[in-house]
Design a protein around this ligand. Structure first.
Ligand SMILES: CC1=C(CCC(=O)O)c2cc3nc(cc4[nH]c(cc5[nH]c(cc1n2)c(C)c5CCC(=O)O)c(CCC(=O)O)c4C)C(CCC(=O)O)=C3C
Ligand SMILES: [Fe+2]
Length: 425
């Protein structure tokens, strides 16, 4: 299904004929849109933020309360916004260092700066064609289509549809810039746990690597990446699961090559919410740790493979809960860093942007699994929204965000948003 291509900087990259068909020709973009989840920045933000996240969903109140405690315990502050400010600055610095003149704009789905306002500001500043990069690496409703919908709805709601064009970069779960920081972290984490076990007089004690990601409803997992025109069957019937398994295998392979260290591994899930009778991906990381302890495992390396930065799902659900589970069971454990603003991650994300920009195009589209490089343009209907269809951008069946006003000064420029900006809603 894929041909291996030798590269100069180590490791084979994969050219996937299936996803090549979903490739979009490079364009001249005039800004990058960094889109993220958003989080509260004080106690008074917590409940309004959670209402934004769960709007129209059947999340039980007890779970909302429980989640609010996570934020409350941290002063009502999620680390995610500060991490995105730092990522934005790092992307800007790397773009500038390469002489690429693209401003980075930032907008969130659930907290200020909100996506609709960012789009309006972008338009008012004269931008007409944006390339979106999100802080979600995998394919599923929550990490791909929901972003595409939120842009689609924001364009509709601001009256900017037809005036502002928005595309997105491919999901980057297997981009070396995303994978390599995990390779480094996993090798270091494994070395650390083995040293501690050796120091305790048990150098040969069994260690297990747990790749952790966000659980999602199994129905969403099965719909991930599934679409008309997608000929592949994915491992465990889910592109979301298959992408994690393949990326984890790529990490393990590189850890062994680079450090000579290895250990058995598995994929586990965290942060489940929703009604108890609705099936979500399992096993939960805490259950998995208990089971491993029962089997005689003494060391655990937690790799937060599903996440881009050390936000609340990482610092609470992994560092507080899962590491506590390990501690209670007498296991030696560590949690590996997320990519955050790791130099390789930032460089990789700028490479990903450069793949798509005509002026700075790099033709190499690296992917470390044979599932990728993933689609630039999502297949019709992939990652279905079971709550009803919404306008989306960046899909083969997209109806919004595809056209833009001519650039000011461009030949044949239309009247500048004639009667004073966006139509009133
Ligand atoms: C796949 C996935 C990612 C990874 C990809 C990505 O990064 O996008 C992710 C990330 C995040 N999830 C986050 C926070 C929350 N997710 C919730 C709820 C949910 N997540 C879901 C899925 C995901 N979520 C799902 C299927 C739900 C239930 C239904 C719904 O409501 O859509 C809820 C509601 C309360 C609760 O049920 O826990 C909260 C507060 C934060 C912010 C952390 C911070 O503040 O630092 C981040 C980065
Ligand atoms: Fe979430």
């Amino acid at each position: 299904m894929s041909q291996l291509d030798p590269t100069t900087d180590g490791g084979p990259v994969v050219v996937n004929p299936v996803t090549e068909a979903g490739r979009m020709a490079p364009k001249n973009y005039d800004a990058v849109l960094l889109a993220s989840f958003g989080g509260p920045e004080g106690q008074e933000d917590v409940i309004p933020f959670l209402r934004n996240v769960t709007r129209g969903r059947g999340i039980p109140d007890e779970r909302l309360e429980e989640v609010s405690h996570h934020y409350r315990a941290n002063g009502g502050i999620s680390p995610i916004n500060q991490q995105n400010r730092e990522l934005k600055a790092a992307l800007e610095a790397e773009l500038a260092a390469r002489g690429i003149e693209l401003p980075v704009l930032w907008g969130n789905r659930n907290w200020a700066p909100y996506i609709p306002q960012t789009l309006q500001d972008a338009y008012d500043a004269g931008h007409r064609r944006l390339l979106m990069i999100t802080t979600s690496a995998y394919s599923c409703y929550s990490s791909c289509r929901q972003y595409r919908e939120d842009i689609g709805m924001a364009l509709t709601e601001t009256g900017l549809d037809g005036r502002l064009e928005v595309d997105k970069v491919r999901q980057y779960f297997d981009h070396p810039g995303f994978v390599e920081p995990f390779v480094e972290g996993t090798a270091a984490g494994l070395a650390e746990v083995r040293e501690k076990l050796a120091a305790a007089g048990t150098p040969d004690a069994p260690v297990q690597i747990l790749f952790a990601t966000h659980s999602i409803p199994t129905r969403d997992a099965e719909a991930a990446g599934r679409s008309e025109g997608e000929p592949r069957e994915f491992a465990e019937g889910s592109a979301y699961v298959a992408q994690h398994l393949a990326t984890a295998a790529a990490v393990i392979q590189r850890v062994e090559e680079e450090s000579g260290l290895t250990a058995p591994w598995s994929l586990v899930y965290q942060s489940r919410s929703g009604a108890p009778h609705v099936p979500w991906l399992e096993p939960d990381i805490n259950d998995a740790i208990e089971e491993l302890a029962g089997q005689g495992v003494k060391g655990i390396v937690i790799v937060p493979l599903g996440f881009v930065s050390d936000h609340m799902e990482v610092v609470w659900d992994l560092d507080t809960e899962a590491l506590e589970t390990c501690d209670n069971l007498g296991l030696t454990a560590t949690r590996v860093p997320t990519p955050g603003t790791h130099r390789k991650f930032v460089n990789g994300m700028v490479d990903l942007i450069s793949e798509r920009t005509a002026a700075n195009n790099i033709s190499d589209r690296p992917a470390l699994t044979d599932l990728g490089p993933w689609y630039d343009v999502c297949r019709p209907g992939c990652c279905q929204n079971f709550r009803g269809e919404k306008p989306t951008i960046a899909g083969a069946d997209t109806t919004v965000g595809t056209g833009h006003d001519s650039y000011p000064g461009e030949a044949g420029a239309s009247q500048p948003a004639a009667s004073g900006g966006a139509p009133q809603q």
